[in-house]
Design a protein around this ligand. Structure first.
Ligand SMILES: [Zn+2]
Length: 330
């Protein structure tokens, strides 16, 4: 789970809608493409970002059959007018749904929704369900609003009712402008963003009020699990600041959400496994991006974890998170 994909061609939304800095692709002569944010260069991507066959071949090298795909967070476009973001979301979701239809044993799809507008988001959730996607990917913040804000609750409630899983991905990292050097937004900001999202959903009572909502936090939950001792201590020593919306100890939520395995460190993974249990740690790669685990679980396979734990991480945890049955893929 946790891989990113884009359609090979997309409309130039900035031209179409006449404002903003939407992402579009400009092909290069070597077969790669530049992701352009309005007229600014954002990132160069290569064929494995959109070529479905190349993606399956690259996965085969690591004996991996199925990829859970979702868009790249910069595509969320939560800043756009809701109707425009809804149109863009439908375009991306239809692309993924069509891919899953053609390769049902190799691809599982997550959608994106206009989180900035409750009604548009809920409408798209119903549609996402009907076209065969099994969940959504959302940002760690929505236009700098935290995920505990009441306006997002009906969206989570709808996911819970429809049985759609939620993957929380860090993006628009806090401190971005003040720490651009050394790739710090990715190395420091992203783990903090994910902890921000987990703390917001726990302290805001989202997980408490929606016990059947299946949420997965990216990159092993970012800094949330490694700093849970501090978070719990804060909850105990300053309940007047921390326990204002939910008086249940944050440690109680261990094992009630999922995280992926992207730690690049077996000791960190073992710590996460002790906290979460192997049924709540899914094999994630962040393919095809360089900060991901691009040897798809090799560090787990050659570890001394038990076969049972490895099977949970490689398959069962993701199946439970998404509400799927592995027999379907055999
Ligand atoms: Zn990612």
């Amino acid at each position: 789970m946790h891989t990113h994909i884009l359609p090979k061609t997309m409309p130039n939304w900035t031209e179409k809608f006449g404002y903003g800095k939407f992402i579009h692709l400009e092909p290069n002569s070597d077969g790669s493409a530049n992701m352009m944010q309005g007229s600014n260069f954002f990132r160069r991507i290569v064929e494995n970002c959109w070529d479905e066959n190349m993606r399956m071949e690259e996965y085969q090298k690591f004996a991996t059959q199925v990829q859970v795909v979702c868009t790249i967070p910069v595509m969320f476009s939560y800043w756009a007018k809701p109707k425009d973001c809804a149109e863009l979301s439908r375009f991306l979701n239809d692309h993924i749904a069509e891919l899953v239809q053609r390769f049902p044993k190799n691809y599982i799809g997550l959608g994106t929704v206009p989180m900035q507008d409750q009604d548009e988001a809920m409408k798209e959730l119903e549609r996402i369900k009907s076209i065969g996607l099994v969940g959504i990917q959302i940002g760690s913040n929505i236009n700098d609003q935290n995920l505990n804000e009441e306006e997002f609750f009906p969206i989570f409630e709808t996911c819970s009712r429809l049985g759609l899983a939620v993957m929380v991905h860090p993006w628009q990292m806090m401190g971005f402008d003040s720490m651009k050097k050394y790739w710090l937004p990715w190395l420091v900001g992203m783990p903090a963003e994910t902890s921000r999202a987990a703390c917001s959903m726990i302290f805001g009572g989202v997980l408490e009020r929606l016990p059947n909502l299946r949420v997965c936090f990216s990159h092993a939950g970012g800094s949330f699990l490694p700093t849970l001792g501090r978070i719990e201590h804060g909850f105990n020593c300053r309940p007047d600041l921390v326990a204002v919306d939910n008086d249940i100890n944050p440690r109680n939520y261990l094992g009630k959400f999922w995280v992926d395995s992207i730690t690049h460190d077996i000791d960190a993974l073992k710590y996460i496994l002790r906290m979460q249990g192997s049924k709540r740690v899914c094999l994630g790669s962040d393919y095809p991006f360089p900060l991901g685990d691009l040897e798809i679980g090799a560090f787990i396979e050659k570890s001394d974890l038990s076969q049972h734990e490895i099977e949970d991480i490689f398959c069962n945890a993701t199946m439970e998170w998404l509400g799927l049955d592995k027999r379907y893929f055999l």
